[in-house]
Design a protein around this ligand. Structure first.
Ligand code: ADP
Length: 496
């Protein structure tokens, strides 16, 4: 009998399920969006039941589509939107408030206060994170402080907290497992990534009782079995990782120095730094990649706020293209940007500039500038921003890397990737399956149950679609990079 692995990909806007076979080929996909709730400006919530029930629905739908019976499923892997917080009643299993989503800014002021109180260094050393409302801790505190009776209940040990993976596992196992994995735990701002355990001092700082917290397990191993009422048979849940870490695993970045970049709405770059955490002085995050067979791999993470979103803006904001993919042909219709540089600092700039007051700018416009030059400059900007973060990571790691693996919607753009190769002077590797997030979870789950014998076995199954080699001389490269930095310098602190 053929056997399969299914990956549950619990995203921010939709739940997806992908069925993989033994060669890590996609057999079927099902996806369902769920409502986004915006109670106030800057607040983002989900209904936890929507998250769970859409996930269950797509799991059943994906199996049905492929005519696979649940008894043919070897194991389930879970990957999820990170940092999002759900608090529920231990006795009823019912959430006491909506899920507070990672994007939600409601605790921005609380974070400001923590910074003013001088907690930055303590938190960075223990968790590898900067103080920001993204991370779970201040969101849990908000629920305890603002939902009537919550704190008393929590102190009586009657409430449970979980990130989305944990909430799904709790429900899928019929309440039997209250567990999470190390990669998700490392995004809560409560987990000490040096000792790999919940940190008492941080729990006290946020007033969060330890009885609320899930048990933290390795990313690859048994998390529980699905309740037989769901699929007719119990299925092992045996691989869990937060979405970015899962994508890094799905890209086979198993060794120190391996890096992947996701060109999505934003850009997410993660580098495997091996078995010791590297604490950055430049605002890169240090986080846990995964733990397998007792060995933890740490990661440096840097993000670019506006990546593919700049292409969206060309399409929806100023309407100079109709479809995102047209940006490639349009960019290639001219030989260069004609000296035009596009700095997409729409919401300020992150690493390495860290300037919330930077604003978007298009520089170098002359009478000869056309729509195509501007489109090309926007595509090139994705590559320049990636270059800036990779350089920072190389400096932190203390050595140069050879290649970059890529995924995300905009990696379909061949011009972008060949320009990226030129600017980085490195090979760019695009895998055949760019569903790397789901693939990572499936690979972890399969590894845990012996479906895959080793990471080498996983690697063997992953095909490369195309490798882009650098093809530019050093002088041209440096001159382009210098002009990019000059353009960025003009955009900095504009809104101050
Ligand atoms: P996310 O998961 O972050 O929502 P995706 O990975 O689906 O995003 O990528 C979508 C982004 O990629 C959009 O911002 C879109 O503008 C951009 N994009 C998609 N296709 C292309 C393309 N061929 N060239 C350039 N950008 C693209």
């Amino acid at each position: 009998m053929k056997r399969y692995i299914i990956a549950l990909d619990a995203g921010t806007t939709s739940s997806r399920c992908i069925v993989f076979d033994r060669t890590l080929r996609i057999v079927s996909v099902a996806q369902k969006e769920f409502p986004q709730i915006f109670p106030k400006d800057g607040w983002v919530e989900h209904d936890p039941d929507d998250i769970y029930f859409t996930q269950l629905e797509v799991a059943k739908a994906a199996l049905e589509k492929a005519r696979i019976s649940p008894s043919e499923v070897e194991a389930i892997g879970i990957t999820n939107q990170r940092e999002t917080v759900i608090v529920w009643d231990k006795n009823t299993g019912k959430p006491i408030y909506n899920a507070i989503v990672w994007q939600c800014r409601r605790t921005a002021e609380a974070c400001e206060k923590l910074r003013n109180d001088g907690c930055e260094e303590l938190i960075r050393k223990k968790t590898g994170l900067v103080i920001d409302s993204y991370f779970s801790a201040t969101k849990i505190k908000w629920i305890l402080d603002n939902v009537q009776g919550a704190r008393e209940k929590a102190e009586r040990g009657e409430l449970l907290f979980g990130t989305v993976d944990c909430w799904l596992i709790y429900n899928l196992t019929g309440g039997a497992s209250h567990v999470t994995d190390v990669s998700n735990a490392s995004r809560t701002m409560l987990f000490n990534i040096n000792t790999m355990s919940w940190d008492e001092e941080l729990l006290a700082l946020f007033g969060i009782p330890s009885s609320m917290l899930p048990t933290v397990l390795p990313s690859c191993g048994l998390f529980g079995h699905t309740d037989p009422s769901l699929f007719g048979v119990p299925i092992a849940i045996s691989g869990v990782a937060g979405d970015q870490q899962s994508a890094l695993f799905g890209q086979c970045c198993f060794s120190k120095g391996d890096v992947k970049n996701t060109y999505g709405t934003g850009g997410f770059m993660l580098m495997n730094t091996g078995d010791t955490p590297i604490f950055s002085d430049n605002g890169l995050l240090t986080t846990v990649g995964w733990t397998i067979n007792g060995k933890t791999s740490y990661v440096l993470e840097g993000s670019v706020f506006i990546c593919g979103a700049a292409i969206q803006w060309l399409r929806d904001g100023i309407g100079i293209i109709d479809k995102a993919y047209e940006s490639e042909a349009c960019a290639l219709s001219v030989e260069s940007t004609g000296g035009v540089y596009f700095v997409p600092a729409f919401v300020g700039l992150g690493a390495p500039y860290w300037d919330p007051y930077a604003r978007g700018a298009i520089l170098g416009i002359t009478r000869g500038t056309t729509r195509a030059h501007i489109v090309r400059a926007a595509v090139e900007a994705m590559a320049f921003q990636t270059y800036d973060v990779i350089k920072l990571m190389e400096d932190e790691l203390g050595c140069r890397i050879n290649d970059l693996r890529v995924d995300g919607g905009a990696c379909a753009n061949n011009f972008l990737l060949s320009f990226q190769a030129d600017i980085l002077d490195k090979k760019i590797i695009r895998p055949e399956c760019i569903e790397t997030t789901a693939l990572g979870a499936a690979a972890l789950a399969g590894l845990a149950v012996g479906y895959f014998s080793s990471t080498e076995d996983i690697k063997k199954n992953i095909a490369v679609s195309r490798i882009f080699e650098p093809n530019i001389d050093d002088v041209s490269r440096s001159s382009k990079i210098d002009l990019w930095h000059k353009a960025v310098s003009r955009a900095l602190s504009f809104a101050e």
